[in-house]
Ligand binder design. Structure first.
Ligand code: SAM
Ligand code: SF4
Length: 326
């Protein structure tokens, strides 16, 4: 079992397979970064997998593939199959913008993928275009339909932004309810890479929007999930709120993140990371295990997106979401 320096059990590894993306979401990667990580610095699937085996052997039982846009990485289904074949009962999921999903959903499912989280910030073509800076909506919706058709589990992620898509919270909820899928509203997390004019909605403001139409009841956090769940009295529909600005958000944090170039990141907010690249390139399993142990020891107690002063200098992370995978 993996235990961090604050006594929390860590059983969840998020693996970013690329920082590149085919969208330019204003809250994540509004412009193409000045320089991408050179392709030769990316770890191969075999190298990533060597570390993942170490982590799985030590107690990781949940893995999420993310990015950038993970579907941009060639032969992703082969990677999924490697993980699935090693531990068929692993909770194996992927986060994607769904743009390329119509073509690959069946292959991912056949390779052993169980669940998808799909980002859907708007149901209006012009608003989706404004957020992603590309005409994306039709393909994203097709991707969601295809994922459901092939039998993949689907959850939707929406990041509500003031003056942009804050009037669509109930519409996105209706869309998800009609398809019997869960939506999780994510508080915008301030970071230096995002468009600095953006203003996110706090959890309580998101809930206020829902309360304009419905009566809601709090269900609580789902195990170690970052999502705080609510149910709607009138319809019985359940939705989630991911609220990293709330002071108790980090209490049960169970995750670490691995980037495509092999940096192991203990917390989404902070810059600290340790590289496993050298170890896995040499096939040094003990070296990789030592880095893992050190990262767990140094995992911070909590992030610094405080509820009180979300826009103060100290509360803006310098980590890029497209690098860590969210
Ligand atoms: N490209 C994929 C996608 O968009 O789903 C996977 C990577 S993306 C970085 C993972 C998640 O992070 C998405 O749900 C996205 O909405 C979320 N995200 C990115 N930047 C964010 C920010 N500044 N605040 C809150 N969530 C963010
Ligand atoms: Fe790309 Fe996802 Fe970031 Fe949007 S949120 S720019 S789709 S990585």
């Amino acid at each position: 079992m993996l235990i961090d320096g604050h006594g929390r059990t860590v059983n969840y590894l998020r693996v970013s397979v690329t920082e590149r993306c085919n969208f330019r979401c204003q809250y994540c990667m509004p412009e193409k970064p000045f320089s991408w990580v050179p392709k030769e610095n990316l770890l191969s699937f075999e190298e990533l997998f060597l570390f993942m085996k170490v982590a799985m052997d030590e107690g990781v039982n949940k893995i999420r593939i993310t990015g950038g846009e993970p579907l941009l990485r060639e032969d992703l289904d082969t990677f999924i199959k490697m993980i699935h074949d090693y531990k068929p009962d692993i909770d194996l999921a992927l986060t994607t913008n769904a743009y390329l999903l119509p073509e690959v959903a069946q292959r991912l499912k056949d390779a052993g993928l169980k669940r998808l989280n799909i980002s859907l910030d708007s149901l209006k073509p012009d608003v989706a275009h404004k957020i992603a800076q590309k005409d994306v909506l039709a393909k994203v919706l097709k991707g969601i339909d295809r994922a459901l058709e092939v039998g993949l589990g689907v959850k939707i992620n929406m990041v509500p932004l003031k003056g942009i898509n804050d009037d669509e919270i109930l519409d996105i909820m209706d869309y998800c309810k009609e398809r019997n899928i869960k939506v999780r509203f994510i508080e915008y997390m301030e970071n230096r890479h995002a468009d600095e004019t953006l203003r996110g909605m706090h959890g309580r403001e998101i809930l206020d929007k829902v309360k304009e139409r419905y009566t809601i009841h709090a269900l609580g956090r789902e195990g170690t999930s970052p999502s705080f769940n609510y149910t709607i009295e009138e319809t019985g529909y359940e939705f989630g709120l991911i609220d990293p600005h709330k002071h108790d958000f980090c209490e049960n944090c169970n995750r670490i993140r691995l980037t495509a170039e092999g940096n192991l990141i203990p917390c989404l907010y902070f810059d600290e990371a340790m590289s496993i690249a050298e170890s896995v390139k040499k096939g040094d399993i003990q070296g990789a295990a030592n880095v893992l142990a050190q990262v767990l020891k140094e995992k911070p107690k909590e992030n610094r997106w405080s509820e009180e002063n979300p826009n103060e200098e100290k509360d803006v992370s310098s980590r890029a979401f497209y690098e860590t995978g969210g």
